[in-house]
Design a protein around this ligand. Structure first.
Ligand SMILES: O=P(O)(O)OC[C@H]1O[C@H](OP(=O)(O)OP(=O)(O)O)[C@H](O)[C@@H]1O
Ligand SMILES: O=c1cc[nH]c(=O)[nH]1
Ligand SMILES: [Mg+2]
Length: 211
């Protein structure tokens, strides 16, 4: 199978906002607000190819056939905790979307993803699912998230992150070659603790003020 595509979203607004988030002295409040804003901008990109259909409507002036989003319904799937940071921004664009919560934490020693919660619509087979987590480091969490969604039948999954390490992209493409990736940047590497360099530190802790 061919590898999944990786889309680096180079829009200047996203790049500027990402640089603000990387600053180590940025407040929790500001970090959270900007993550939400970028969530909306990435949501715009990840939905760019959603199919449209022409439907009959009436404007105040005349009837017309107007384009509306066709077919498959949307599900937003944040990986807890940090993935929740994208959610409000995405929901502003897609207010009718269903939500699948995926609870995973990364074991600090093994760097393996540990599942602690999963609540999703029963059948995802006819849905477009946007899996989201700001950080793609080793790739273990994103891979586990995509596998959980596939076990519920999901066949059209798109993964959105803020920052990716080359190691995480390679791992994700090898395990989920059918899932395209959107990211604002691909950084240099992982450090010995599995953190992205230069990165932005621990996204969940910075977002929720837990360190
Ligand atoms: O690609 P990986 O090596 O799996 O690392 C990325 C994961 O690590 C962070 O979660 P963390 O375990 O810190 O949980 P949190 O979001 O609850 O802080 C981040 O939010 C990702 O989910
Ligand atoms: O750099 C990293 C790696 C994993 N998780 C984070 O929050 N940051
Ligand atoms: Mg964390």
């Amino acid at each position: 199978m061919s590898t999944s595509s990786v889309n680096v979203v180079a829009h200047p607004l996203i790049q500027h906002k990402l640089s603000l988030m990387r600053e180590k002295d940025r407040s929790t409040k500001s970090f959270r607000e900007i993550l939400n804003e970028i969530g909306m901008l990435l949501g715009y990109e990840v939905t760019r190819d959603l199919p449209l259909e022409l439907v009959d409507i009436e404007t105040p002036i005349s009837p017309m056939r107007a384009p509306k989003i066709a077919g498959k319904k949307l599900t937003l799937a944040p990986i807890l905790r940090a993935g929740v940071g994208f959610l409000d921004g995405m929901l502003a664009l897609m207010p009718s979307a269903r939500i699948a919560h995926i609870g995973l934490y990364r074991d600090p020693e093994t760097l393996q993803a540990v599942e602690y919660y999963f609540k999703a619509p029963q059948d995802l087979s006819d849905r477009t699912v946007i899996l989201m987590d700001p950080m793609l480091a080793t790739g273990n969490s994103a891979c586990a998230g995509a596998s959980l969604l596939k076990a519920r039948g999901a066949r059209d999954i798109r993964f959105v992150c803020l920052l990716a390490a080359p190691e995480g992209i390679a791992q994700f493409q090898s395990e989920h070659p059918d899932v395209p990736v959107w990211t604002a940047a691909i950084d240099e590497r992982l450090n010995d603790h599995g953190y992205i360099v230069p990165g932005l530190g621990d996204a969940g802790d910075r977002m929720f003020g837990t360190k």
